[in-house]
Design a protein around this ligand. Structure first.
Ligand code: AMP
Ligand code: GLY
Length: 423
């Protein structure tokens, strides 16, 4: 098969790395890809929401299977576009249509879905300008801290956790007045849940599913989980507290009812489901759904999938996942994200990166890089994911840290305390 991966981050590089060795692959393409993916396949300079450009790339390169990495093209209907096009409709696509992508694209839709299917999640109320007074009443019925979420996609910035009621009331009004544009014309107010978070992933063909290795990601910029939220500063898999007992609860109470709920509501769904969970005293609750793999979790999770990933992708796209096997690598896998100085605030791009050849034993997934002449230069906030195997969390982290130390670019930063809450 000829395969196209849509996206340009570390997640897509890690997927390409896992796709490339499959005996089922003829040619691999990445659109638009980055300086790392070009070593695994052919980068096609087309943006992820340029549907006509992607169509041309698919036809020109006789693509058989498309995997969509990020949420934005899914929420904008890339899969629907492909399946409704006469020339493309026989393509195998991994990534849900718009309707299924609402699980991520609308927090209110996701909460209503969970409520309909009795999936454990925080109590909530959805508010618009017209129902502000009910929202304020619900807020004052909750205990601090207060959780306010913009309903729509807000590039990971749409969730506010606020300690005082007065501040929360003020923020609610600001959000409804357009703080996050149309994404916050509806706001979900949630009860705060206290516990430790983890990310669980499933691939599904809409009926059957396979649970992938779980991971823990580290979202804050600062050590000890302090400072601003980022796209993710690193990930660890497996997660020690996600033992067989906990994972059975996750499957019984969350994964199976989610997939069955989609099927019962006739929502077609062929792709990944990312369950952002919180462990409250041993019981899992859903914090959020995403309709794609996590980043940087994928840069650890791919290392732990032993079976042929392309076989799983094909199973999801063709409704034959029940016939597929999934086997995990028993080792620990971690990824350490190297970021540009200043991120997640303002940062410079175009810094020359050196030291790649000194890497010993880690796998380097490019997150935000590009080629400038012969040099690899930084091209984003999150720059490079340094992934490693180990027999323990500490062993795998030590390897990633030793290789991260050898990669240089002006302003480089990475957290050195990953796993502090696990080991
Ligand atoms: P989200 O974008 O929905 O993943 O939310 C971002 C982060 O906010 C999550 O990773 C949690 O750390 C936190 N969060 C969201 N909802 C809740 C909640 N109901 N209780 C506690 N923390 C939450
Ligand atoms: N690592 C969290 C996310 O991909 O949204």
């Amino acid at each position: 098969m000829n395969i196209l991966v849509v996206g340009s981050g570390g997640r897509e590089h890690a997927m390409a790395w896992k796709i490339k060795p499959s005996p089922k692959v003829n040619k691999l393409f990445i659109a638009p890809g980055n300086a790392g993916t070009r070593e695994l396949g052919t980068n096609i300079p087309v943006g992820v929401t340029d549907f006509e450009g992607l169509k041309k790339a698919i036809l020109d390169n006789q693509i058989d299977l498309v995997v969509v990495g990020p949420e934005v093209p899914l929420c904008e209907g890339l899969t629907d576009f492909i399946l409704n096009d006469d020339q493309l409709k026989n393509l195998k696509v991994v990534g849900p249509q718009k309707q299924g992508a609402m699980l991520e694209g609308s927090k209110d839709f996701a909460k209503e879905f969970m409520q309909r299917h009795q999936i454990p999640t925080a109590r909530y109320q959805t508010v618009t300008v017209d129902t502000l007074s009910e929202g304020l009443a619900f807020l004052s019925s909750l205990k601090a801290p207060y959780v306010l979420k913009a309903d729509g996609l807000a590039a990971g910035k749409g969730v506010l956790i606020i300690s005082s009621l007065e501040e929360a009331e003020k923020s609610l009004k600001e959000m409804l007045a357009g703080q996050f544009g149309s994404a916050s014309s509806k706001v979900v107010i949630e009860e705060f849940l206290s516990g430790i978070e983890c990310s669980v992933f499933a691939i599904t063909d809409g009926i059957n599913y396979k649970i992938l290795p779980e991971a823990k990601d580290y979202k804050r910029i600062g050590e000890g989980d302090t400072g601003l939220n980022t796209g993710g500063m690193g990930a660890i898999s497996p997660v020690p507290f996600c033992d067989a007992r906990f994972m059975k609860k996750v499957e019984d109470a969350i994964v199976r009812p989610t997939v069955a709920g989609l099927a019962n509501e006739n929502i077609p769904y062929k792709g990944f489901i990312f369950f952002g969970l919180i462990n409250c005293n041993g019981d899992p609750y859903v914090i959020e759904y995403n309709v794609r793999m996590g980043d940087p979790e994928t840069e650890a999770v791919m290392l732990r999938i032993k079976s042929d990933f392309v076989d799983l992708l094909e199973g999801a796209a063709t409704g034959t996942l029940a016939d597929k096997a999934i086997e995990f690598d028993p080792r620990t896998a971690v990824t350490v994200m190297m970021v540009s100085g200043g991120y997640p605030g303002d940062y410079a791009k175009g810094k020359v990166m050196t030291g790649f050849e000194k890497n010993e034993g880690s796998i380097l997934f490019h997150a935000g890089t590009k080629l400038s002449g012969n040099a690899v230069v930084t091209d984003g906030g999150r720059v490079l994911a340094v992934s490693s195997y180990g027999n323990s969390i500490n062993e795998a982290l030590a390897l990633s840290y030793s290789n991260a130390a050898k990669i240089d670019f002006e302003g480089k930063y990475y957290r050195k305390d990953l796993g502090f809450d696990l080991v």
